[in-house]
Design a protein around this ligand. Structure first.
Ligand SMILES: Nc1ncnc2c1ncn2[C@@H]1O[C@H](COP(=O)(O)OP(=O)(O)O)[C@@H](O)[C@H]1O
Ligand SMILES: [Mg+2]
Length: 369
């Protein structure tokens, strides 16, 4: 194959031209791009056309910057690799295309030579589909196991803690030396602090109290609470589907779940940004292997920096946090509250956009819950 567009362009600019004579590359499921020292695209295979959603003619001859908004592919590193003839692999890169699409990919970069010129060969594997963060299937089992572990540990700490506190109280009564009593009150104070923390780890254990109610009433209360907590520059928007029917929920639990997610959003955007609450009806949703004909979807979207790469895979696990003062319990608790309703929490995130969805199946009978 010969790429006329690139030829014309490159002969004017006197840049290296890449010829691919094989249609083999077109049979690959992996996207292959060849780029030159000016980071211009010289070749794309069929799979790459599909990822970029553009034809070969539209791609070849243009720089990557033209199509990818963030410098996720790291121009500097690519040029360095070309210069020093190094290969490298970069995992979980979010490509933000200039026309709005985002996708999570693994990229392998290597150097190929042709006609005395060196080119970069980019192999791009889309991993979005496999990685979609949901609590379904295997992920859910892992999270469940982690939650059980933390709960078990919390119980083990809580039991002797009561004894320690009780003994310190008894001792306190026996003592009449003020200086020594300072120590007993220190033991009591610290035991109380530890018990509070352990109670948080144990999470909600009340039996849900399901009542038929309007989901928007529950969301509105959280929305105004978040509005109060937010800086004046933060916009808190809503977009509800008024046709959503009443649903059997434990309102306190659902509010707590929404609050945990919305507070994270608020913390992510800091003082300047937007949080949007959306409700929709979704049909035929699979939740833990069960198909639900009708579900309510509650979305909480923020335009903050996105979920940090290092916690993406373990987001819903207890005690996973990137905040210095974070407990890492917010999402784990939110998820178990939603699971009490046979629902699920999903998330999609890229820089500038984080979207949590709570899916709640609509059942007509309370006993189904
Ligand atoms: N809207 C969001 N934007 C960016 N990161 C988020 C968002 N929500 C959650 N996270 C990430 O998930 C982590 C876990 O959240 P969470 O379980 O609520 O614990 P905590 O808020 O105590 O850190 C956070 O530390 C943060 O890194
Ligand atoms: Mg939190």
């Amino acid at each position: 194959m010969h790429f006329n567009g690139a030829m014309r362009y490159n002969s004017i600019m006197k840049k290296s031209v890449f010829n691919s004579d094989s249609s083999l590359l077109d049979s690959l499921a992996t996207s292959v791009l060849v780029i030159n020292e000016a980071l211009e695209i010289c070749y794309v295979n069929n799979a790459a056309e599909a990822v970029f959603e553009l034809s070969r003619n539209q791609l070849v001859g243009h720089t990557l910057k033209h199509f990818i908004a963030n410098d996720a592919l790291n121009s500097e590193r690519m040029l360095h690799a070309l210069k020093h003839r190094e290969s490298y692999t970069e995992g979980e890169v979010t490509l933000s295309f200039t026309y709005g699409k985002h996708c999570l990919v693994d990229v392998m970069v290597s150097v190929v030579d042709q006609n005395q010129f060196s080119f970069l060969l980019l192999e791009i594997i889309v991993i979005d589909q496999q990685r979609k963060l949901s609590q379904d299937t295997q992920n859910s089992a892992h999270q469940q196991a982690a939650r059980e572990l933390v709960r078990g540990l919390a119980h083990e700490i809580k039991n002797p803690l009561g004894g320690i506190r009780g003994a310190a109280q008894l001792l306190d009564r026996e003592l009449n030396n003020e200086e020594q009593r300072e120590f007993t009150s220190l033991i009591i104070e610290q035991s109380d602090r530890l018990r509070n923390m352990v109670d948080k780890l144990l999470g909600p254990n009340a039996v849900p109290n399901f009542k038929l109610q309007n989901i928007h009433r529950a969301i509105e209360q959280i929305r105004s609470l978040i509005g109060f907590e937010a800086d004046s520059n933060v916009k808190v928007e809503r977009d509800y589907d008024p046709s959503i029917p009443e649903i059997y929920i434990d309102s306190d639990m659902i509010q707590q779940a929404i609050l945990n997610i919305a507070r994270n959003a608020l913390q992510a955007i800091k003082e300047d940004g937007q949080i949007t609450f959306i409700t929709r009806i979704q049909r035929q949703q699979m939740i833990k292997g069960v198909r639900h004909p009708l579900c309510i979807e509650i979305k909480i979207i923020d335009n903050g920096p996105g979920i940090p790469k290092e916690v993406k895979d373990t987001l819903f696990y207890p005690m996973v946090s990137t905040k210095t003062d974070g407990t890492g319990l917010g999402l784990s608790i939110a998820q178990s509250l939603v699971e009490h309703h046979k629902g699920k929490v999903e998330v999609e995130s890229w820089p500038g956009h984080t979207e949590f969805s709570i899916l709640l199946p609509i059942n007509n009978q309370e006993s189904n819950k």
